[in-house]
Ligand binder design. Structure first.
Ligand code: PLP
Length: 386
């Protein structure tokens, strides 16, 4: 008998981490691999954590999070017109822990989950880890990387329980429009399906319009789990702080299950979250201005390379250019680019078969890196046989 479970063995490793490992030790590197803000966490947020620890708040906290943070999160939804109460909020160690708790709370062995393809690779791993079956549903460049609702409908079986949404999307930067969300909501109600919507990039939106959550559609709040967090918007990846907003029955279940994983998130970090949500937001505006400028540079730069084209991403900090006309598969493209130019991108195929022919470029890096990386990518593509 093998020590390690078959379930764990079958769970794939994220290709992002794989590329990250390959870049180790290389000099003169330009890395577009990680989806991590290059900014340091704003000072007032760091201070709030330090002050809490200095007050001696170094103990366990309530499973679902400290009341002040759950209240601040609920208020942030109310300001957006979404009526969440603190009892419907659960705080976790990063959005990823809440995604895992959400899957554990609602999925039984063999339940099927519709996932975007290409989509964030961890969704597949998460589903497999809890014994559910990931069912990739193609999201195409032609459709702005939104689901085609007919494809979702065709993928539904009697075992389908959940649809995963992630807008803005990692890796594509795609954002569903209101009509698309409305159709998904109608399908969910018709087929009695639930929604897990990962909204971690919801403030990094370049459409000029306010973000629409599927939870805001009629009768959808009761069949939706919203997952969000501090990592991207506030440059707090290392703090490991995120949350879920869900009907009280689901929040209560996650609150019970959290005991078997985290017990609770440490208090200082939660006060950092309160400071982030309730403090001065000019730090966010500044970071967003940087991302907006970088996005313009990267989209323009990529589209100036022959045989490459890039749909302007509507959100997040990823560009997902189409490299299919270069004659290389996405993995070969990424590996050769790394070996020949010390420039790191993630092959689209790492996000599902639907990502073949694309690469993911994270532009959460300096303008200088972006310009240098673009120069190297252009030179590399030009060196390929026509
Ligand atoms: N969801 C998506 C789509 C992400 O890209 C990431 C991080 O890259 C996460 C969730 C996890 O975020 P956190 O750092 O809050 O765990």
């Amino acid at each position: 008998m093998s020590f390690v479970s078959e379930k764990s063995k079958a769970t794939p490793r994220s290709v992002i981490r794989e590329m990250f490992a390959m870049q180790t030790g290389l000099d003169n590197l330009v890395s577009f691999a990680l989806g991590e803000p290059d900014f340091t966490t704003p000072t007032h947020i760091i201070e709030a954590a330090a002050e809490s620890f200095h007050r001696g708040e170094t103990h366990y906290t309530p499973n679902a999070g400290i009341p002040a943070l759950r209240e601040a999160i609920a208020r942030s939804y109310q300001e957006r017109g979404l009526d969440y109460r603190p009892e419907e909020i659960l705080v976790g160690a990063g959005a990823i822990s809440v995604l895992c708790l959400a899957c554990t709370a609602v999925l039984d062995i063999g339940d099927e989950v519709l996932l975007p393809d290409p989509g964030w690779a961890n969704y597949q791993g998460l589903m497999m880890q809890v014994g559910a079956k990931p069912v990739p549903v193609r999201v195409s460049e032609e459709n702005g990387f939104m689901y085609d609702v007919a494809d979702l409908r065709a993928a539904v079986t009697p075992r389908t329980k959940l649809i995963v949404l992630n807008f803005p999307s990692n890796p594509t930067g795609g954002v569903a429009d209101t009509e698309n969300l409305r159709q998904i909501a109608e399908l969910a109600k018709e087929k009695d399906l639930y929604i897990l919507t990962d909204e971690i990039y919801h403030e990094l939106l370049w459409t000029g319009e306010p973000y629409t959550s599927i939870a805001s559609f009629p009768s959808m709040k009761e069949r939706t789990i919203v997952v969000d967090g501090f990592s991207k918007k506030y440059a707090m990846t290392g703090f490991r702080l995120g949350w879920g907003a869900a009907p009280e029955e689901v929040t209560a279940t996650m609150t019970k299950l959290v005991e078997n994983v985290l017990s609770s998130v440490n208090e200082g970090v939660q006060w950092a979250g309160v400071a982030a949500l309730t403090g001065d937001q000019s730090c966010v505006t500044e970071m967003l201005d940087h991302y907006r400028r970088r996005r313009e540079i990267i989209v323009e730069g990529l589209n100036s390379i022959e045989r490459v084209h890039c749909l302007p991403p509507k959100g997040a900090f990823y560009a997902f250019p189409n490299i299919s006309q270069t004659g290389l598969g996405s993995r070969e493209f990424a590996i050769r680019l790394l070996q020949e130019t010390h420039t790191v991108v993630v092959p689209g195929v790492g996000f599902g078969q639907g990502g073949e022919g694309f690469i993911r470029i994270s532009y959460a890096t300096s303008e200088e890196n972006i310009r240098e990386g673009l120069r190297r990518i252009k030179k590399f593509v030009e060196s390929l046989p026509g």
